[in-house]
Design a protein. Structure first.
Length: 135
């Protein structure tokens, strides 16, 4: 990819990550806890894809695995942040079996969801800051 295309792809991932991040916050405030966690996953996924494009100068792969995207991005995260990516991977459940989705929905109380939202917010800020420093 040429420099203009790289910048355009990064801008796309950043803009759509921001939209999904805001959606996560709105869904959390309206007590749509399982959906807010899903959008938290998507926001982190898109930020990591921006990092992949910046690092590889190629389009990000069509995958949703946050751990794999982090590996491809060459972002240096702490063990705790990597563990969070692993946990957040479980929130990408749109296409899974209905029984699993119902079980997850019941688990997603405010008490369960709020700590994840806070940790996702923190990692989101870290990934944004890292991207700005590397550009």
């Amino acid at each position: 990819m040429d420099l203009k295309t790289v910048k355009s792809a990064i801008r796309y991932w950043l803009d759509t990550a921001e939209h999904d991040y805001e959606t996560m916050l709105i869904l959390f405030r309206t007590k749509r806890y399982s959906d807010s966690l899903f959008y938290g996953h998507i926001a982190l996924e898109k930020l990591l894809k921006a990092h992949v494009v910046l690092h590889t100068k190629e389009q990000a792969p069509y995958i949703h695995d946050l751990l794999r995207l982090n590996e491809l991005s060459n972002v240096c995260l702490s063990e705790e942040e990597i563990d969070l990516l692993d946990e957040v991977n479980n929130f990408n459940i749109r296409a899974r079996y209905p029984e699993y989705k119902l079980e997850f929905y019941k688990k997603c109380t405010k008490l369960y969801t709020e700590p994840y939202i806070k940790r996702i917010q923190n990692l989101y800020r870290i990934l944004c800051r890292e991207l700005k420093q590397k550009k």
